[in-house]
Design a binder for this molecule. Structure first.
Ligand SMILES: C[S@@+](CC[C@H](N)C(=O)[O-])C[C@H]1O[C@@H](n2cnc3c(N)ncnc32)[C@H](O)[C@@H]1O
Length: 275
């Protein structure tokens, strides 16, 4: 495992996955092609329905045994195939949530023969033994001062959740990455760091290992570095693989440079929580 930890491989995940021992991963975050005809400079998003589902079931079957008993599996999909794929995974695992990612697409006319589609479906699954790791406190959203002040009735005083924030619930309203955004890379379906970081913090212990079989621009690797977790990833496209390596080495450089700042921020954060 040490030989493959914190590495990205430029290969088909169906082949690469064989390197990973069974029962060794804390988390799998999979953002596969959705079968919508996107151009990933290969035909991976251009299969017909039958081929797509067959391929999907194959990679799902190959990743599930790699999870520890306490592990979790998140898969990003869109409404077109999430019903079939979620049903398939439910025959093997326990479904905990369907998170809706509202991409906050602005209203600009849009479709005229249907409602405009502005969300992705994220399935969250665990082993049927229900021993899964889940750290809600690390992803709570703090209340603003105004809301805190408004909760002055005696029943709210001293409530832990008022101090440490609320559960983010299952609809995540996070803007898709705009062309001008600093994290933007040259890839058609890059996911926001904010979303992947939330998943990692909630479902992978510090120092644990997260696998992303479809790395794209390496968002999962960057989120893992930010959250002090280990990663393993596969990406079949050479150009995207180059982007990942560049992004990861830049992030590691920054992490080294700003280590002290991060440390002092943590101290402040811990102090606040203790109060
Ligand atoms: C939806 S994108 C992932 C985007 C990624 N989450 C990000 O934030 O950048 C899917 C990626 O899977 C890659 N891919 C497709 N088939 C693959 C396979 N068999 N093995 C590894 N990567 C594959 C595509 O080239 C594409 O970059």
């Amino acid at each position: 495992m040490e030989k493959i930890k914190n590495r990205i491989f430029n290969e088909d995940c169906l082949i690469g996955i064989k390197k990973i021992p069974d029962n060794s991963l804390d988390l799998i975050v999979a953002d596969p092609p959705y079968c919508l005809g996107k151009d990933y400079e290969n035909n991976s998003d251009k299969l017909n329905s039958k081929e797509y589902l067959e391929w999907t079931y194959k990679w799902i079957d190959s990743v599930i045994p790699k999870l520890k008993d306490t592990g979790s599996f998140y898969v990003f999909l869109s409404w077109q195939y999430s019903p079939e794929i979620f049903s398939y995974i439910k025959t093997k695992m326990l479904m905990i949530n369907e998170v809706i990612w509202d991409r906050r697409v602005p209203s600009m006319g849009g479709s005229t023969r249907k409602f405009s589609s502005v969300h992705d479906n994220i399935g969250f699954f665990v082993k049927k033994n229900k021993k899964y790791f889940f750290d809600i406190d690390s992803i709570r959203i703090p209340y603003d001062e105004e809301t805190k002040k408004a909760r002055t009735r005696s029943i709210f005083i001293g409530k832990k959740w008022l101090e440490i924030g609320y559960n983010p619930k299952d609809i995540w309203s996070v803007s898709r990455i705009h062309a001008q955004a600093p994290e933007r890379q040259n890839h058609p379906t890059q996911k926001p760091l904010e979303i992947i970081e939330r998943i990692i913090k909630a479902s992978c212990p510090v120092g644990g290992i997260v696998l992303d079989p479809f790395m794209g621009t390496g968002t999962t690797a960057i989120a893992a570095i930010n959250a002090k977790r280990n990663y393993i990833g596969f990406e079949i496209n050479k150009n995207y693989y180059k982007i990942i390596n560049e992004r990861v080495s830049n992030r590691k450089g920054e992490a080294g440079l700003f280590k002290d700042i991060v440390k002092s921020k943590n101290i402040i954060h811990n102090t606040l929580i203790k109060i």
